[in-house]
Design a protein around this ligand. Structure first.
Ligand code: ATP
Length: 363
């Protein structure tokens, strides 16, 4: 009852939407899929900006839409952030932030100072929006949405209009926001890097349908999903920092029982971090390689083999017990056949590169 249940079925001229999925009440959910698959339509239906007649929406046990009722947009406690910040140029940043705030009970949600602090807006308050950078404008738009005490924050490609530099500037603020907010955030993105850094849950859409949904890390390890076919396919795994080697300046991480070394001090002992290992950076060996410069050679078991096309194969490896430590290796069909890899077999995974999915702190 504490989650968000979405069922929507209907047509927009030629486009047919038919989705039925659940969004957890906490954390960040990314709606991901190709252009035109229906992500914005789903978000607009959630916000009440579009009424798909055949639909049911239940938010924290409250009915927002069913066969007999439809709560209009202005009565849904929602913050909506669009691709463009849509700020009012006749108002200062402060005026924009406070726009609509009068309608909200002051005790609800975050207060003005908290939002200003969280999004690093203090030095911008007296500026005119026309003088702000794209990233700064989006931070103000997010602040304005939060000050209306939403029960849910919806963001439609909030970073897509920004250049790489502005994205890098704003992402740490979003990460910090995600740590502080106790409302669900649902955002649309085309960018796998953004999704890996920001999302906890993923809803994968394809041609008006939900292809799969679930915890991000499980979804990224599922070789049957279309994201596993991309050239950028990677495993994103939660690791715990176990130690630091001062002499060689290497951090030692625990990946579900397997030990991984990464250069530099990536955090304090006991902290959890996401690591990203590109599928093309993992190669397999039947025996433990002895003469190699590769630092990370992990013992693993093959738990799935999945052909991507005529030439390439994804091998899903399990590290330790359970389904948490799953690593994808991208190999050729020729290697699969010549080594005779099969499900259940024990192998050594040589990991050529590991990057930290940074969860930096802003401000
Ligand atoms: N008001 C409308 N009338 C007719 N067709 C529409 C309308 N709104 C959206 N569509 C169509 O519905 C489909 C889904 O659109 P939607 O904007 O939801 O996709 P999307 O996944 O968000 O795409 P993108 O990533 O490109 O923003 C598209 O084919 C679009 O042309």
């Amino acid at each position: 009852m504490n989650d968000i249940q979405v069922r929507l079925c209907g047509k927009l001229e030629e486009f047919h939407l038919d989705v039925d999925f659940t969004i957890p009440s906490k954390g960040v959910t990314a709606l991901f899929g190709q252009s035109g698959c229906g992500k914005t339509t789903v978000l607009r239906c959630l916000a009440g900006l579009h009424h798909m007649k055949d639909g049911e929406l239940q938010v924290f046990g409250q009915v927002w839409q069913d066969q007999t009722q439809f709560i209009p947009a202005h009565k849904r406690a929602i913050g909506y952030v669009f691709q463009d910040a849509n700020l009012f140029d006749h108002l200062s940043v402060k005026g924009n932030l406070l726009f609509g705030r009068k309608r909200v009970k002051q005790s609800d949600g975050l207060d003005f100072d908290e939002v200003v602090e969280l999004l690093g807006l203090k030095d911008l308050l007296n500026r005119n929006p026309s003088t702000l950078s794209g990233g700064e404008r989006q931070r103000v738009a997010i602040g304005r949405a939060l000050l209306n005490a939403p029960k849910m924050l919806l963001m439609d490609e909030p970073l897509s209009a920004l250049d790489r530099f502005s994205k890098d500037e704003i992402i740490p603020y979003l990460e910090k926001l995600n740590d502080v907010l106790d409302i669900p955030v649902i955002f649309i993105s085309h960018d796998t890097d953004e999704v890996e850094r920001l999302a906890d849950h993923l809803v994968l859409m394809e041609k008006g349908c939900v292809r799969a949904s679930g915890p991000l890390l499980d979804m990224l390890a599922d070789p049957t999903l279309f994201i596993a076919k991309s050239a950028k396919t990677a495993s994103v795994i939660e690791a715990t920092i176990e130690g630091f080697d001062e002499e060689d300046q290497l951090s030692q991480l625990d990946l579900n029982g397997a030990s991984l070394l990464v250069p530099g001090r990536v955090g304090d002992v006991g902290e959890k971090r996401r690591v990203r290992i590109a599928a093309t950076d993992v190669s397999l060996a039947l025996e433990e390689p002895s003469k190699t410069t590769i630092l990370n050679v992990l013992q693993a078991k093959i738990c799935d083999i999945h052909a991507i096309d005529e030439a390439r194969i994804n091998i899903v490896l399990c590290l330790g017990e359970g389904s948490k430590g799953r690593l994808i290796a991208r190999i050729t069909k020729r290697s699969l056949n010549s080594f005779g890899f099969e499900v259940g077999q024990s192998v050594y995974a040589q990991v050529k590169g590991v990057s930290m999915v940074e969860r930096r702190r802003a401000g």
